[in-house]
Design a protein. Structure first.
Length: 174
């Protein structure tokens, strides 16, 4: 029995259309068409995807065409029986630890501030503005750019866009 006939039998066994079968085992639909037509041979990854979705299929039959299509009931039952899962809390990511530490530190700081608060308010004196007397103006070089119209056609400006250092811009349309 060839690969294409075995894959066709698996599709019939699943009770799905070829398109639905491709979606079920998470392969491109064209892969199913190429394999069942005999154009391509299935890859190991393709066969593993089938076996993962249908664990009751026999490896020997799927790969070599030997033996029965389905494994014996005892083996299939052992593989499909769910094992007891141990539930654990998911590990926290880097940022949740940081947020937790920040929240704890803020609570501690609030507690310290409320316990160590002085009885009289602290007076804050305004700082004086210092004038810089020995400053020099920045060198400014004015550069003029001129455009010359070589065709002697009357040209109008349609739009001017100014880009600022902070990444914003303004657009002026005429």
């Amino acid at each position: 029995m060839t690969f294409d006939t075995r894959i066709t039998k698996v599709i019939e066994y699943s009770g799905l259309t070829a398109s639905d079968f491709a979606d079920e085992i998470e392969v491109q639909r064209s892969n199913i068409s190429h394999i069942t037509s005999g154009r391509n041979k299935p890859s190991l990854d393709f066969i593993k995807k089938i076996k993962n979705k249908f664990p009751e299929l026999s490896w020997d039959w799927l790969i070599n065409g030997e033996g029965d299509m389905l494994e014996k009931q005892e083996k299939a039952y052992e593989k499909t029986t769910p094992k007891k899962e141990i539930t654990t809390t998911p590990p926290l990511d880097l940022f949740s630890f940081a947020n937790q530490d920040i929240n704890e530190n803020l609570n501690l700081e609030k507690h310290k501030i409320s316990n160590n608060a002085p009885e009289s308010p602290i007076q804050v004196e305004p700082t004086e503005k210092k004038n810089i007397t020995h400053s020099q103006p920045l060198a400014y070089k004015e550069t003029l750019y001129t455009c010359q119209n070589t065709d002697n056609k009357k040209v109008k400006i349609k739009r001017i866009v100014i880009f600022f250092e902070d990444g914003t811009f303004e657009s002026f349309e005429g």
